[in-house]
Design a protein around this ligand. Structure first.
Ligand SMILES: *[C@@H]1O[C@H](CO)[C@@H](O)[C@H](O)[C@H]1NC(C)=O
Ligand SMILES: *[C@@H]1O[C@H](CO)[C@@H](O)[C@H](O)[C@H]1NC(C)=O
Ligand SMILES: *[C@@H]1O[C@H](CO)[C@@H](O)[C@H](O)[C@H]1NC(C)=O
Ligand SMILES: *[C@@H]1O[C@H](CO)[C@@H](O)[C@H](O)[C@H]1NC(C)=O
Ligand SMILES: *[C@@H]1O[C@H](CO)[C@@H](O)[C@H](O)[C@H]1NC(C)=O
Ligand SMILES: *[C@@H]1O[C@H](CO)[C@@H](O)[C@H](O)[C@H]1NC(C)=O
Ligand SMILES: *[C@@H]1O[C@H](CO)[C@@H](O)[C@H](O)[C@H]1NC(C)=O
Ligand SMILES: *[C@@H]1O[C@H](CO)[C@@H](O)[C@H](O)[C@H]1NC(C)=O
Length: 911
């Protein structure tokens, strides 16, 4: 330490004492502190107690003159999980700074009566409340970042008027901000309340904290207007982050007269916030480095990109995404703001071509995002030369056309390239595959690209490759082999042919493999058995067969398995019984035969089981009842016989009302339900319902009908369909016997289809308990007896058919939902009478039967189709979102790193 020898000698001579540095009491206290720790690991490793002079201990700083301990840095020493005894610190009367961060302490006991203490840092512990701060009358810095604080900011904070820095970021604090506490802290220079759950409006008196340099309210639940006083009064602000809150309402001209401002960050969660700038024309005094104003409605006189930015030459990061801006792509930003590193103007209404100047190279730009606009035309061929240092280039969701510019290989730092959802044509450029070995994410899906993947490639770092929905063809190219760290490969909906190559097994990190909707044939190669991280496999709509999964496969991690519409034969492979994590199993439309194996009950996580359209025979095994989590079960179009096991009512999720326990956060579940539903093809359902309703071609006026129905349906479905969808389809089999009464107890089920079987006996009156059911089809059976009149209580019913049975008696009253069902729901039951059938129940004799009007039939048909198509499109949209979240993580990391870097940079610079 810096106790110079001279000083030591001086103390020795003048004071006649020993040159022992720190005071005896303080040393004793330090030793006691050490002794009080349960975790001795550090004390043992360190020299604590070893040296005579405690001022020489690295954790301690003493005053040069008095030898008293003035600073203590005890951060990151311990994994203590205990309560800190404040009394132990009382001997350190001269202590100015105490850092106890990152030690996992739970709380303080007693009060820290240290009248000289100015800095108290307790970051990274496990405090659940703000400790007593009585007696800290000189405290200037209090930092409790990264703890587990709950509740609101205590009144006692308001007493600490000398406070300059208050950092309570990354906790679970809630409630609204107490103005009577915060607004008393007139000396506050830095206030960090980020990443908590504070709510309510921001108190306008925050504008009275005129010393504030740094205000961070990032990610809370604040709402209401942003007080104008923040902008008019806080003239010293350098950093303000209001992002990820729910501000709304008024327009304002932000930070008009503030010459200090460097970082302005407002990504709002409520698009209704209107931010007006440049009215009148604005020449702000500040020199911004970060300007993020995203997801609000930005209003400039022309709705264009704000022109004041022309003169912000220090700008490094600009994010104006999701702001309703119109006009041309502001490529002038790249000419004049040469310091720009991040430029995100995605999700606006920008039009025109991308006019990059060929002679103006921007060496700093790292991220360029113009996605989801209306940009058209060709990408300038020299883009790679003028933006050579890009890490992330996102031009997806525009109307760009022509070839993918080969100059992308000049971007030697490129990590992520997204050109999806455009009209790019031509082949995959060879140069791209010979380009940046850093490239991790490559998304070229939804274009008109043709040809094959180049045979040669240097993309050794590639982790995610999306080529789906193009016209690519040929055998899956060995060019991929260089990319041995692939985690996700999606080449679905192209024209790839040949067999799945055995070398696919080299991708040992692969978690998702999507090869669906191609013309691949043959069997899954044994190389597949080397893939032991696979979570998601979709090979559907190919010609895979006759065997499917090789017996050596390791399916322990597999969650989603889609093999529908292939040429699989024989039994369900036994190796699937090891797939204990499986959530979705989709084997529809193959030629599988034999019985549904009893081992299916070992797939205890299964939520979606789709075996439709195979040749399964014998009875439905009661083992299926052990699949307690199943939500969608489709066994239709097989040769199943026997009766329905009466234990079906034990399936919890079918019985659970609305199954609301499935929290939104359960992404797996949502994912599963969606994937399986999204694969329900419109055409397939169309032909099915055509058959069912005996309708030929339904092309007339379909738009109107669909739109009409979609309006009413989407309202009742909005948001909930993903979570609550559940159903059972046993149609088109040879099932016999009565419908078990117990099925009426599946109160959580939404769809039941038992049509086209040989069920006999009555419709169980317990069906009136199926309160959630939206579609109930028991047509084409041999049911007898009356339709239970209680069925009219089924308020969610949208599709209902008992047609073509031997039912008798009166139809249910034309009330509630039953008002919407027409004759087609009842036809083919000669003994049935009452509306909407023509046959009256009174003995006066029925009027002659007239054929049903085709118009009404169509409505029924479209209603049914809509049910499925809606589900389908929802599913597709969801996949897109999931992929986006997945992929944008790199992007987001970059952004957060950047902001983070700025924060620490600013802190260093300012304090
Ligand atoms: C805290 O430390 C003081 C002083 O060493 C001691 O008297 C007291 O018993 C301690 N309290 C607890 C709960 O350990
Ligand atoms: C704050 O959170 C606690 C639990 O963490 C809860 O009991 C309390 O009601 C919340 N307060 C407010 C105002 O939301
Ligand atoms: C700011 O402080 C002044 C007095 O210092 C007071 O009159 C005013 O009400 C305060 N403003 C707010 C919004 O609290
Ligand atoms: C900004 O400052 C200038 C000069 O100090 C002043 O004339 C002007 O009125 C101020 N504008 C606002 C909106 O406060
Ligand atoms: C956004 O603001 C509107 C209008 O003030 C309000 O109705 C809506 O609830 C807000 N949305 C959220 C998510 O806070
Ligand atoms: C934008 O705001 C809407 C609500 O208006 C919200 O749902 C959405 O998540 C926000 N988007 C982003 C990117 O923050
Ligand atoms: C760039 O900034 C300079 C200096 O402020 C300005 O004179 C010039 O007009 C700007 N360039 C463009 C292309 O607007
Ligand atoms: C680039 O070319 C344009 C037009 O050809 C010209 O106006 C501009 O000055 C040039 N810029 C540079 C930096 O040479």
């Amino acid at each position: 330490m810096e106790v110079p020898l001279v000083l030591c000698l001086w103390i020795l001579l003048v004071l006649g004492g020993g040159c022992l540095g720190c005071l005896k009491e303080e040393k004793t206290a330090l030793v006691q502190i050490k002794a009080s720790w349960n975790d001795h690991s550090y004390a043992i490793r360190s020299r604590w107690g070893g040296e005579d002079d405690c001022c020489l201990w690295t954790e301690v700083t003493c005053d040069e003159h008095t030898g008293r301990v003035i600073e203590m840095d005890l951060s990151g020493l311990l994994d203590e999980k205990a309560i800190l005894n404040a009394t132990l610190f009382l001997p350190f009367e001269e202590l100015r700074s105490l850092n106890f961060g990152n030690n996992h302490f739970l709380d303080f006991q007693g009060t820290l009566k240290l009248s000289k203490l100015q800095h108290l840092v307790l970051d990274g512990n496990s405090f659940t409340r703000i400790p007593s701060l009585q007696g800290l009358s000189k405290l200037e810095e209090l930092s409790l970042r990264d703890n587990l604080l709950t509740g609101n900011i205590p009144q006692t904070i308001g007493v600490l008027t000398p406070l300059k820095i208050l950092n309570l970021g990354n906790n679970n604090l809630n409630g609204s901000l107490p103005p009577e506490v915060l607004c008393k802290l007139r000396n506050l220079e830095e206030l960090d309340l980020s990443n908590n759950r504070f709510e309510g409006n921001l108190p306008p008196c925050l504008g009275n904290l005129t010393s504030l340099h740094y205000l961070d309210l990032f990610s809370n639940d604040f709402k209401g207007e942003i007080p104008a006083s923040l902008f008019s009064n806080l003239n010293l602000l350098k950093f303000i982050s209001l992002s990820y809150n729910y501000f709304e309402g008024s327009s304002f001209t932000p930070l008009l007269n503030n010459s200090q401002l460097v970082v302005f960050d407002l990504v709002n969660y409520n698009k209704t916030l209107k931010v007006e700038i440049e009215n009148p024309t604005w020449f702000p005094p500040f020199h911004l480095e970060v300007f993020r104003l995203s997801n609000c409605s930005l209003s400039t006189p022309t709705k264009a990109v704000p022109s004041f930015l022309l003169n912000q030459h220090e700008l490094q990061m600009l994010d104006l995404s999701h702001s309703g801006m119109t006009g041309k792509v502001p490529t002038w930003l790249l000419v004049n703001n040469t310091a720009l590193e991040f430029l995100s103007i995605g999700s606006n209404i920008l039009t025109g071509p991308l006019d990059l100047q060929s002679n103006s190279t921007n060496l700093n730009l790292v991220l360029f995002d113009i996605s989801s606009n209306l940009i058209h035309g060709e990408v300038p061929p020299y883009i790679g030369s003028v933006l050579p240092n890009l890490h992330v280039l996102n031009m997806s969701g525009n109307a760009l056309q022509g070839y993918i510019p080969p100059s992308v290989d000049k971007m030697e730092e490129l990590r992520s390239l997204d050109l999806s959802f455009n009209n790019f044509s031509g082949p995959l450029p060879r140069s791209l595959f010979m380009g940046s070995s850093y490239l991790r994410v490559l998304i070229l899906s939804n274009n008109n690209l043709h040809g094959n993947i180049p045979k040669e490639s240097k993309l050794t770092g590639l982790g995610y490759l999306f080529l789906e929905n193009n016209n690519l063809s040929g055998e899956i190219s060995e060019g991929l082999l260089e990319s041995s760290s692939l985690e996700l490969l999606d080449i679905s909906n192209n024209s790839f042919s040949g067999v799945i190559p055995d070398w696919i097994g080299n991708f040992s990190l692969l978690t998702s493999l999507v090869l669906s909707r191609n013309s691949l044939e043959g069997e899954i190669p044994t190389g597949f058995c080397k893939l032991n991280k696979l979570l998601f496999l979709d090979l559907s709509e190919n010609k895979i067969g006759p065997a499917s999964i090789p017996p050596c496969a390791n399916l322990s991690t597999m969650k989603y398995l889609h093999l529908h519409s292939n040429e699989l034969t024989a039994l369900i492979p036994y190796v699937l019984s090891e797939a204990r994590s499986l959530i979705t199993l989709d084997l529809r439309d193959n030629k599988l035969s034999g019985t549904i194996p009893p081992w299916i009950s070992s797939l205890s996580n299964l939520r979606v089981l789709l075996l439709k359209g195979n040749r399964f025979q014998d009875s439905i095994p009661a083992h299926l009842c052990q699949l307690k989590k199943i939500r969608i079960m489709d066994l239709s179009h097989n040769n199943l016989s026997g009766s329905i096991p009466s234990c079906f009512n034990q399936i919890i999720t079918f019985g659970r009302k609305g199954a609301r326990e499935d929290k939104f956060g359960n992404v797996d579940y949502v994912w599963a339900a969606n994937l399986s539903l999204s694969t329900y093809s419109y055409e397939e359902e169309l032909s099915r319902f055509r058959f069912l309703f005996g309708v030929g071609d339904a092309e007339s006026d379909e738009g109107d009908v669909v739109e009409f129905i979609s309006k009413s349906r989407s309202e009742s479905y909005a948001g909930s369909i993903l979570h609550f969808m559940s159903g059972m389809d046993l149609s088109d089999n040879k099932l016999t016997g009565p419908i078990p009464r117990e099925m009426g107890y599946l109160s959580g089920i939404h769809t039941i289809n038992l049509s086209h079987n040989h069920f006999s006996g009555p419709i169980p009156e317990t069906f009136s308990n199926l309160k959630e059911v939206e579609s109930l089809d028991i047509s084409y059976n041999e049911l007898t007896g009356q339709i239970p009149p209680q069925l009219i209580e089924l308020n969610n019913l949208a599709v209902f058919s008992v047609a073509h049975n031997n039912l008798s008696g009166k139809t249910p009253e034309m009330k509630f939902q039953f008002m919407t069902f027409d004759q087609s729901s009842y036809e083919g039951n000669p003994l049935l009478c009452g509306l909407p059938l023509e046959r009256s129940c009174t003995p006066t004799g029925p009027p002659p039967a007239t054929p049903p009007t085709s118009e009404k039939e169509e409505i029924g048909l479209w209603k049914a189709i809509f049910l499925w198509s809606f589900v389908g499109s929802y599913g597709v949209a969801f996949l897109g979102i999931a992929a986006f979240l997945y992929l944008s993580s790199y992007y987001r990391e970059l952004l957060f790193d950047f902001i983070e870097a700025h924060v620490s940079f600013l802190r260093l610079r300012t304090w």
